[in-house]
Design a protein around this ligand. Structure first.
Ligand SMILES: Cc1cc2nc3c(=O)[nH]c(=O)nc-3n(C[C@H](O)[C@H](O)[C@H](O)COP(=O)(O)OP(=O)(O)OC[C@H]3O[C@@H](n4cnc5c(N)ncnc54)[C@H](O)[C@@H]3O)c2cc1C
Length: 485
């Protein structure tokens, strides 16, 4: 097998996310990463977490997130390339995922600021009032150094999986705006100028339907801080996105959509990020495989390069195949999102199919990335665990992918829910049918139908194997489709 096309992100990405209108621009972006961005990214990772300057010398609270200056050049590069603006110019999310793939290949953590910026811009553009859009949206769409960033803050200290029970941030109506009070425990891209935030309007029910999405600027109109940062998190990886804790105290915010739409808007935000997480997972897996390939070609044992030994060669073949299947599933989710991202509730069946695909892709690709990075470490032997070589970092980076934007448990259970309540599996099977093995398809269809008849507790208890098999089957079948296209 020739591994050549697996060594750089663009050679592998090809046209899987649509015809690339300007190949030269993407090639130049990839080249920039190779000759400049990568070194900055490595320096940021090895110096550890960014730090927080809470006060200026005059004693005023400023809550500035401090990084080396090169960090900002690396971060702004993506905005300059139009990673956010092109989505609205081209009315398509695919340019975002293409640029994201190249970014994540070099720095998976850095894809997070772009992802949460898009996940802020989209609900603002879809659900914000005209006045709100005119005031804030142009800042997010800039491609120069003045660009604003977004952030998506839902999780609080009591837990992120069950937002309905655990969001305690309260929103009080003040006429034309709202005041939010509460604490957000995991707030990534914490220096962002705007955030979308889940909060509960006073008197709303104590469940997920009681939640509403608000737009929260970092500064009030008078220039004062709108909230404070309690501290930054010290993390094992994703150090190129600062994550911290935010204290909201009568912080000015604006409602997005209606209160009744709140939970749907929160899920829209999460689903944009889940697809990005899938794309980043595949990019990271490709990177780890590329690293392992390089190493295995030059490392010798028992008289030949280790890649020549049959056992390892077989593993390389399986990893390359798995990578292509994971990519096929991630791309299918991105294509589906591209079809439905403009929908508003109530959604149609295509949207529900997208939700199922997003859960399958997030679950499958994150697991594949983690396993692949662990395997790439093993291929390096003892050198794999040394911080001086890249594969150790890729392993650390992979650990977050199955946790944020909802853990694997969440993807499985929400995937079950969209099958149970919206019959999304029927649309999935129709999408798979043209190239699926008919016997295998009939078997998994029957398994799903039987499963959905079980009592609720039993459904959950037995869900993992079924969801795993469905994800694998979908990934393999979409890979076949992409090959016959
Ligand atoms: C580095 C980092 C950055 C983050 N950035 C952000 C951010 O910017 N914005 C944001 O909103 N959040 C962010 N998060 C939070 C992240 O989304 C949550 O960590 C995640 O959703 C899980 O929530 P939790 O950590 O509170 O775990 P919990 O919800 O407390 O869950 C603990 C465990 O129980 C499992 N569990 C829960 N319910 C069930 C069930 N019904 N069945 C089976 N298992 C279950 C979970 O899957 C998990 O394994 C970030 C997290 C990290 C680590």
């Amino acid at each position: 097998m020739s591994f050549k096309r697996f060594t750089t992100p663009l050679t592998f990405l090809g046209d899987k996310l649509g015809d690339i209108p300007d190949t030269a621009a993407l090639t130049a972006y990839e080249h920039w990463w190779a000759v400049q961005g990568q070194a900055v990214s490595e320096a940021v990772d090895s110096t550890g977490t960014p730090w927080l300057r809470m006060f200026n010398r005059a004693g005023s609270r400023i809550d500035e997130i401090c990084y080396p200056p090169d960090y900002w050049a690396m971060l702004r590069k993506g905005y300059r390339e139009g990673i956010i603006s092109s989505v609205f110019e081209q009315n398509s999310v695919l340019p975002f995922y293409r640029l994201g793939y190249i970014t994540a290949f070099h720095d998976p953590g850095l894809y997070c600021p772009y992802t949460v910026s898009l996940a802020t811009a989209v609900p603002l553009e879809k659900y914000g009032s005209e006045a709100l859009k005119a005031r804030f949206l142009p800042h997010l769409l800039r491609t120069d150094d003045e660009v604003w960033q977004g952030a998506t803050w839902m999780t609080e200290i009591k837990g992120g999986s069950d937002l309905g029970a655990n969001v305690e941030t309260i929103a009080r109506n003040q006429g034309d705006h709202w005041c939010l009070s509460g604490d957000k425990y995991f707030a990534s891209n914490i220096g962002a100028e705007l955030a979308v935030v889940a909060a509960r309007p006073e008197g709303a029910t104590q469940d997920v339907r009681g939640l509403t999405l608000f737009l929260l600027p970092r500064l009030k109109e008078n220039g004062e801080l709108n909230y404070t940062v309690r501290r930054l998190k010290d993390k094992i990886a994703t150090r190129s996105v600062p994550t911290g804790e935010v204290e909201l105290r009568d912080s000015e915010a604006w409602l997005l959509g209606t209160h009744e739409q709140g939970v749907y808007l929160i899920l829209e935000v999460l689903n944009i990020s889940r697809v990005a997480n899938s794309i980043a997972s595949v990019a990271l897996a490709q990177r780890a495989i590329a690293e392992a390939t390089d190493f295995a070609r030059q490392r010798r044992a028992f008289g030949k390069a280790i890649i020549e030994h049959p056992l390892l060669q077989q593993q390389f073949h399986e990893r390359h195949h798995g990578l292509q299947a994971a990519m096929a599933l991630a791309c299918k989710a991105a294509w589906m999102l591209d079809e439905v991202w403009r929908q508003t509730p109530p959604y149609n069946d295509r949207y529900h199919l997208f939700r199922l695909l997003a859960h399958l892709a997030k679950y499958w690709t994150a697991e594949f990335a983690a396993q692949t990075c662990k395997w790439a470490m093993e291929v390096h032997g003892g050198l794999g665990v040394l911080a001086e070589y890249p594969v150790e970092r890729w392993f650390r980076e992979s650990m977050i992918l199955s946790i944020w934007e909802g853990t694997a448990h969440r993807q499985i259970l929400d995937g079950l829910e969209v099958m149970q309540r919206k019959a999304a599996h029927k649309g999935l099977f129709e999408a798979l049918r043209p190239t699926a093995d008919p016997h295998a398809l009939a078997e998994i269809e029957a398994r799903i139908e039987r499963h959905l008849e079980l009592a609720e507790d039993e459904q959950e208890a037995r869900a993992e194997k079924l969801f795993h098999d469905l994800a694998r089957f979908s990934a393999e079948t979409f890979l076949t489709q992409s090959q016959v296209r």
